[in-house]
Write a new protein. Structure first.
Length: 427
């Protein structure tokens, strides 16, 4: 593609005169062109004045016409960012306080650069992204409706601490139709019967795949050598770089034994040996079972697994879920409906799922198929997440095809941890 403008005779216009023959705008605001060559255009964005406009990109080159977007609109969007901490980001210059509701309209991009108050209802039809710092976000309802909720990306993982806490109780928190309460819900803007499909919930934490971030390496592996009761270290199949003080789970390999939780005290031999904060109570196997009866077949893997439970991003229900009362076992739930897109990776789910509340699972794709796979195929996934101390399951795929659920860890989850609900889901 040649971006040089041409005159009425078809001759290329170069140098400073070319700048006037090229027009660029973002969100209907002119971007002043300062340089043009055959492969690139450089321009300076203008100040946003007046009302917020939906995201748009326009490029016109004299003699060549207007550009077509190659790829998705999400990849070619320029955003004017409003910081949460800036009073001028808010109507009447009044930032939200505890109990308030927040709407991020289409076209607006908010950067969460400080802890949120305890909000009531948050509706995201625009763009809400976490700044690269330790942050906490608290709400009763979080509904991403035709918008984007971003905590890191595959290309640029979130390396700080983010804690998203959902509040509410079983009797006094009103359930919204279809999507429920104490939830993170992702939908399009058209509801049950149609609408766009540009919505996304995207979390991507430290060590995201396929970026192969070296910060944590693999998050669940097998032992390669048996350890006896009293051992304070284990040897793993691949080197890790887990953070000191992180919590790990070692699974049992003998009938009657329990899993064991420990903290990482140190690493040695380049991460091949994990040293624990205290001795193990039981033996944990690190071997395969070979027998003559298995001739011609693969041996049986008897090795204990060791998995990292802690993640840099945590989604959780409030602490009242652990105490008898209206909130007991009424945790947070995350679900995708009506054309939403969900890409969640390296996130810790804690106190999630709502016991005895049908359809309110820790994470859930709900009836995105048959006949509609544009929101799922080659894009939707739950990968390398940890689910622990949940009140209803870990992952549920209901009436949705081509989802990717891979390398997740579930510990102390009530009900079937990984569940296809209708039985007709396929990949």
């Amino acid at each position: 593609i040649n971006l040089d403008p041409v005159d009425e005779n078809g001759a290329a216009i170069t140098g400073d005169p070319a700048n006037a023959k090229v027009q660029v705008s973002f969100n209907e605001i002119a971007c002043v062109v300062t340089a043009v060559n055959s492969s690139s255009i450089t321009c300076t964005t203008g100040e946003r004045v007046g009302e917020i406009k939906p995201p748009s990109t326009s490029v016109w080159v004299s003699g060549r016409g207007r550009s077509l977007i190659n790829g998705t609109a999400f990849q070619t969007t320029f955003r004017y960012i409003d910081k949460w901490s800036d009073i001028y980001s808010w109507q009447a210059s009044e930032p939200p306080v505890d109990g308030d509701s927040v709407i991020v309209p289409e076209g607006q991009a908010i950067l969460l650069d400080q802890n949120s108050p305890r909000l009531f209802f948050v509706l995201v039809s625009g763009y809400l992204e976490f700044d690269r710092r330790d942050l906490a976000f608290d709400a009763t309802y979080l509904w991403i409706s035709g918008g984007h909720f971003v905590v890191g990306t595959e290309e640029s993982p979130f390396l700080h601490k983010a804690t998203i806490t959902l509040h509410g109780d079983r009797w006094n928190t009103v359930e919204l139709p279809f999507i429920g309460a104490k939830m993170i819900a992702v939908t399009n803007t058209g509801g049950l019967h149609g609408g766009c499909h540009s919505e996304t919930l995207r979390h991507s934490g430290q060590g995201s795949v396929p970026c192969q971030v070296d910060a944590v390496g693999k998050l669940d592996l097998r032992l390669v050598a048996t350890v006896e009761a009293g051992a304070t270290s284990v040897r793993v199949e691949d080197p890790v770089d887990w953070e000191i003080g992180s919590r790990v789970l070692i699974t049992p390999t003998s009938r009657g034994d329990d899993e064991e939780l420990r903290f990482v005290a140190s690493l040695s031999e380049g991460g091949a040996v994990v040293h624990l904060d205290r001795a193990l109570d039981n033996q944990h196997l690190g071997e395969w079972y070979h027998h003559a009866s298995l001739a011609g077949r693969d041996p049986i893997d008897l090795r204990a697994a060791i998995a990292l439970l802690d993640r840099t991003i945590k989604v959780q229900g409030d602490d009242s879920t652990e105490r008898p009362g209206n909130s007991f076992m009424f945790g947070a739930h995350m679900a995708v409906f009506f054309g939403g897109e969900m890409r969640v990776e390296n996130v810790e789910y804690f106190r999630t799922g709502q016991s005895a509340n049908f359809g309110r699972y820790s994470s859930h794709w709900h009836n995105l198929s048959p006949g509609r796979t544009v929101d799922v195929a080659d894009k939707a996934y739950l990968r390398n997440n940890s689910y622990h101390h949940t009140f209803q399951r870990a992952v549920v795929v209901h009436g949705t095809d081509y989802t990717v659920v891979r390398d997740n860890v579930a510990f102390r989850t009530k009900g079937h941890s990984f569940f296809t609900e209708a039985g007709d889901e396929h990949y």
